[in-house]
Design a protein around this ligand. Sequence first.
Ligand SMILES: Cc1cc2nc3c(=O)[nH]c(=O)nc-3n(C[C@H](O)[C@H](O)[C@H](O)COP(=O)(O)O)c2cc1C
Length: 495
Amino acid sequence: MDPVEDLRGYIDWLRKRNEIVEVGEPLSPELEIPSLLRKVMYSGGPALLLTNIKDFDGWRVAGNLFTSLRILREALSVNKLEEIGERLIPSAFFQPPSSTIQKVKAAGELMRLSKYLPSFVSKGSFEENVIEAAKNPLDKIPFFRTWPKDGGRYATFPMVITRDPESGIVNMGVYRVMILDGKRGVVHWQVHKRGALAQSHALEKGMEEIPVAISLGSDPGTMLAAVSPIPYPIDKTLFAGVIRGRGVELVELPNGAPAISNAEVVIEGRVRLKELVNEGPFGDHWGYYDKPTEKYPLLLVDRVYLRDEPIYYGSVTGAPPLEDAVMGKAVERIFKPIINTLLPEVVEINYPPEGVFQGLLIVSIKKRFPGHAKKVMSALWGLGQSSLTKIIIVVDHDVDPNDIGKVIWAVSSNVNPQRDLVVIEGSHSDALDPANIAHSYGGKLGIDATRKLPEENLGKEWPELVEEDPTIAQKVAQLLQKLMEGRGGIDRFKE
Ligand SMILES: Cc1cc2nc3c(=O)[nH]c(=O)nc-3n(C[C@H](O)[C@H](O)[C@H](O)COP(=O)(O)O)c2cc1C
């Protein structure tokens, strides 16, 4: 079975590799399953398939499916996740073809992009059963309550699909949905996301509602695409094809919204754009309950489609690093080649998992001119969802952003606070950031931890980095090897 075929194909693939554990104890989706998923994730445990869901006979629940980057990379059949981003930037873009053969090769390379295009099919696997709104279908799905003070049950990984009312382009984002009752919910698309942009476009056109197809549970590539920050107006389902390595299949619902054909469950409904209702509280990925009750638009459900013996996939949030941190890292790796195309001076990037993705970015650059670090900060703060990053630390090319000790050394030794900090007081910000001063509004901090050029340092040369004499270094290295034979390293800072 192709590991990226659908959710159950992925689960079978994990099972064959002993990467998923079945849990038969009866557990409730209200607090119990989320608690187990979090604890397993914090303990370095595997993906889980829960087969005995309290009050939801006939369902299975899958969790922690984004177990590790390695598993995800293998499931997506690539040697490095960066290869996925590279698919979008064929080498032909950078090598002007000079011979006819090269021209033909370049055209072939561009043609290959077409295999990632989405296509419509007449029937989806989710269409095996239909529950109409009158029968309160949302009551029949084992949505999680993830934290005791959450405002209700939530769909925590719904792929919310809309068509932009202006261009018809397909949006697909994971925006949690708070369940109000059997046929109503609240869609938490934050103001900076494409769902909210579609809402603005629709309101400009005088529309009262937009049709949605909320797809639950799919293959890992499609699910990763739904959380990926693809700028409008690139079709989000095209990007799903890029991640999967082949086009995604869609089904047009009666309401006109496209659904993912291999989904386990699809909720067909309408988002009522002017009916804003309180959303939250919800214990989110910053490890806090959101500031209670921002207003978001109402979802009216018309019907729910589901496969026989459906599997519900839910993600859980809490203080990092949880499953969403793995997704964030995967997105970082996939987007690294794209960032490099826009900012070739960038050597490496690291969104540390504990930095909640939007909290902290460390980036190393090959510095060439005075003010270069601040140029890179400005560019990243102007670029799609990387603009939501609160704190950016820029280091020189020889400091690995993943080596936090080295980063601390660079910050400590190279930063003069008067000169090297950029503070933006009042800026758009991740809607959930607990430090925001108003809704989606906070500030930014940039730390230029690069070595300074004379122009940046009152004309003075930066001190020279110490370096060993190469002959002596080689001789001592051999001696060191002998001395260390059979010894582990000492943890010097442990009392
Ligand atoms: C588990 C999980 C839950 C998320 N919940 C939300 C949410 O409730 N609202 C939101 O705007 N973004 C949420 N996100 C982030 C978006 O999915 C992400 O920013 C994505 O790029 C949005 O798609 P868009 O750029 O097409 O709008 C969540 C991400 C994950 C991994």
